[in-house]
Design a protein around this ligand. Structure first.
Ligand code: AMP
Length: 194
């Protein structure tokens, strides 16, 4: 299956995407992780992306699209979960066009939701643990304001009947059960069968 995870920063979409990819044997593509690796290695892309990321702003579409397409080509036609891409309608259209070239399409998108106060609390906790440069209080506020999935992006998939909302507030394992249910795939793991 070809699945996208949507959600505001801090909602746990990266955690859920990683769990689902692992259980299903699908590739997990996180553009945030890829960009952070570029910044760490000091590549040209990393140098261009860094200031946007540190301010909590989106990296320009074309930079992210080129990086993403290279990764998509590497995984062949294996199932995947996308985490943090597409973030704009322009990116979604580029994704659709790339998949269509090989007769493929996104099957389902999972939109994980939670109120802002829950998200800020979670991001503060993560900042303390991981020391992410974009988890300063100012960058967190900017990311929340600017990085909720835009309405036109969600509508693009909703119109196609491919958007499923999942409440991101319960504990991780409970959210995973709901995600697997929304995907319509059997969850044989011990957590899922409880
Ligand atoms: P994330 O780990 O998904 O929260 O991404 C961390 C940062 O990387 C974001 O705050 C953006 O600056 C940048 N980023 C990741 N994915 C994208 C994308 N698809 N489009 C634009 N910027 C992105």
């Amino acid at each position: 299956m070809y699945v996208i995870f949507f959600g505001p920063p801090g909602v746990g979409k990266g955690t859920q995407a990683a769990i689902v990819a692992e259980r299903m044997g699908w590739a997990h593509i996180s553009t945030g992780d890829m960009l952070r690796a570029h910044v760490k290695e000091g590549t040209e892309l990393g140098r261009k992306a860094k200031s946007f990321m540190n301010q909590g702003l989106l990296v320009p579409d074309q930079l992210v699209i080129d990086m993403f397409m290279a990764r998509l080509a590497e995984i062949g036609d294996r199932g995947f979960v996308l985490d943090g891409f597409p973030r704009t309608l322009v990116q979604a259209e580029a994704l659709d066009a790339a998949l269509a070239k090989s007769g493929r399409a996104i099957d389902t998108t999972i939109n994980i939701t939670a109120p802002d106060d829950v998200l800020v609390e979670r991001m503060m906790g993560r900042a303390a643990e991981a020391g992410r440069a974009d988890d300063t209080p100012e960058a967190m506020r900017t990311r929340l304001e600017t990085q909720k999935p835009p309405a036109d992006l969600l509508d693009h998939y909703r119109r196609q009947g491919k958007l499923k909302d999942v409440d991101g507030r319960p504990p991780v394992a409970e959210v995973t059960v709901e995600v697997m249910r929304a995907l319509g795939v059997a969850d044989a793991s011990p957590q899922g069968s409880r």
